[in-house]
Design a protein around this ligand. Structure first.
Ligand SMILES: Nc1ncnc2c1ncn2[C@@H]1O[C@H](COP(=O)(O)OP(=O)(O)O)[C@@H](O)[C@H]1O
Ligand SMILES: C=C(OP(=O)(O)O)C(=O)O
Ligand SMILES: [K+]
Ligand SMILES: [Mg+2]
Length: 483
């Protein structure tokens, strides 16, 4: 089977919570399951996480869990009937005093008192990633009175942005703190911070995670106008993270859709140069919420993100609440494989003229350079403790698979997000060091990933228990007698 390089993140929700569905999603190609803490209870998330772990183990694959914090996003509360429909010209009120469970056709509650002080008549509010637009007519008695200028269905908990940005509270809320503890309990491989303003927000989240006993890698969601206002702002957020997400839902609303495509390319490129993973998110297969096939535009969007060399493409409503979650994963799988055949996916000019700064980085990049240039090589193998070496390796464009061999379950899950990296459980601790390379090759042979006569490149460190320990690479021919 052809290994897909571009990874698939799928959000789990009501449409993807039964054991059968989760199994089908994994078989169709879900590499990372996203639990969105903006929706659902802790017990629901616990149960989904348990199912993902259990089913992945039974199927012999590694699927990472990504917890996505709600952050300071302002959301409407709930409707008595779950949803309403707004028409252009309707008058609709957002109220800081209306009961939170009793939204109706005229008014819905909102748990953000500052809305009425931060907003002014004439401001435009965008709901549900911009699908619904309200113009504020007046503000009085704790309510914003609005006219609908773009209508549609509106359901519980949809987000609110102001056109032009600048509408949100402090970065980590009390709810986020509680959700971080849950992420630690569930040993999630990744935690995403929503609406970080700068590196301090990321540092604060990291401290909270470490205090909760979590080893999760941190994802900065790039979704504020401020975060992409200049290169320094973007770079400082990337530097403070292990991975970033091009969170196009909110970002597109804040900066406008015309700017979005260029910014996506900039974020992917800068993240990769800084040895960070990157996820491209939101509305990638949006029409598949109601349709079993994507549009040509969606096919093109997913393929172009893959050609931009994103690590992963993401599904939100398509897999969480749509009618065709498994088909959406299958469509992404198919489209990514197609895009990866294009020559630009395989040729690299990565950091050709830029010095390296660390030993493991130098070995990782040299290994990939050698692999890309020596035609006999069919696989790159990294014996890794933390997953950091395969992360660096996978920053370079290549058509060769990178195998991350690790004894650490969280590491095996973590590499599931990285482009072109495939995980294999492998414990070198009890082997004499002279046997380790042969045993690694045998493992690849057993999995049908290489055949006698192939060349493989193996990287490793002298000790197996520290991040950043990789200091050697070896070029070996499969089947050759090793000493
Ligand atoms: N755990 C969940 N429980 C209920 N509904 C969910 C859940 N996760 C996602 N959804 C639904 O799928 C939609 C799209 O998912 P997503 O993009 O993750 O959410 P949002 O844009 O609201 O943050 C949500 O608005 C919500 O209606
Ligand atoms: C992924 C995003 O965040 P959320 O779905 O939580 O709004 C986004 O805004 O694109
Ligand atoms: K979220
Ligand atoms: Mg968002």
């Amino acid at each position: 089977m052809t290994l897909r390089r571009t990874k698939i993140v799928a959000t789990l929700g009501p449409a993807s919570s039964t054991p059968e569905r989760i199994e089908a999603l994994i078989k169709a190609g879900m590499n990372v399951a996203r639990l969105n803490f903006s929706h659902g209870s802790h017990d629901e998330h616990r149960e989904r996480a348990r199912l993902v772990r259990e089913i992945a183990e039974r199927l012999g694959v590694h699927v990472a869990l990504l917890g996505d914090l709600q952050g300071p996003k302002i959301r409407i509360a709930r409707f008595t009937d779950g949803r309403i429909h707004l028409n252009v010209g309707d008058r609709f009120r957002l109220s800081t005093t209306h009961p939170l469970d009793e939204g109706n056709q005229q008014v819905v509650g909102i748990d953000y008192p500052a809305l009425v002080t931060d907003c002014h008549p004439g401001d435009e509010l965008l709901l549900d990633d911009g699908r619904i637009v309200l113009q504020i007519d007046s503000i009085a008695d704790g309510e914003a009175v609005c006219t609908v200028t773009a209508g549609g269905d509106l359901s519980n908990h949809k987000g609110i942005n102001r056109r032009g940005g600048g509408l949100s509270a402090a970065a980590l809320t009390d709810k986020d703190r509680a959700d971080i503890v849950l992420a630690a309990e569930l040993e999630m491989e990744y935690v995403a911070v929503s609406f970080p303003r700068d590196a301090r927000d990321m540092d604060q989240a990291r401290t909270l995670l470490v205090d909760a006993g979590s080893q999760a890698w941190l994802v900065a969601k790039i979704e504020r106008a401020e975060a992409v206002a200049d290169e320094a702002a973007l770079d400082s957020l990337i530097d403070a993270s292990d991975a970033v997400m091009v969170a196009r839902g909110d970002l597109g609303v804040e900066i406008g859709d015309a700017e979005l495509v260029g910014i996506q390319k900039t974020i992917i490129d800068r993240a990769r140069r800084k040895n960070k993973a990157v996820i491209t998110a939101t509305q990638m297969m949006e029409s598949m919420i109601n349709s079993p096939l994507p549009t040509r535009a969606e096919v093109s969007d997913v393929a172009n993100a893959a050609l931009d060399y994103t690590d992963a493409v993401m599904l939100s409503g398509e897999s969480a609440a749509g009618d065709f979650p498994v088909e959406a994963v299958a469509a992404m799988h198919r489209v990514c494989l197609g895009a990866e055949k294009h020559p630009t996916s395989q040729q690299s000019g990565h950091r050709l003229h830029i010095p390296f700064s660390r030993c493991d980085e130098t070995i990782a990049l040299a290994a990939m350079y050698a692999a890309n240039h020596f035609p006999g090589v069919t696989a790159v193998v990294s014996l890794t403790e933390s997953g950091y070496t395969p992360l660096i390796m996978s920053r370079i464009r290549s058509h060769l698979p990178i195998f991350a061999l690790s004894p650490n379950r969280q590491t095996l899950g973590r590499v599931a997000l990285m482009r072109g990296v495939h995980s294999i459980a492998f414990n070198p601790a009890d082997l004499p060091s002279s046997d380790v390379n042969q045993r690694a090759i045998d493992t690849l042979l057993d999995g049908g990933h290489v055949k006698p006569g192939d060349w493989v490149i193996i990287t490793k460190g002298d000790v197996y228990n520290s991040r950043g320990g990789t200091n050697s690479m070896k070029l070996l021919q499969v089947g050759e007698q090793l000493v």
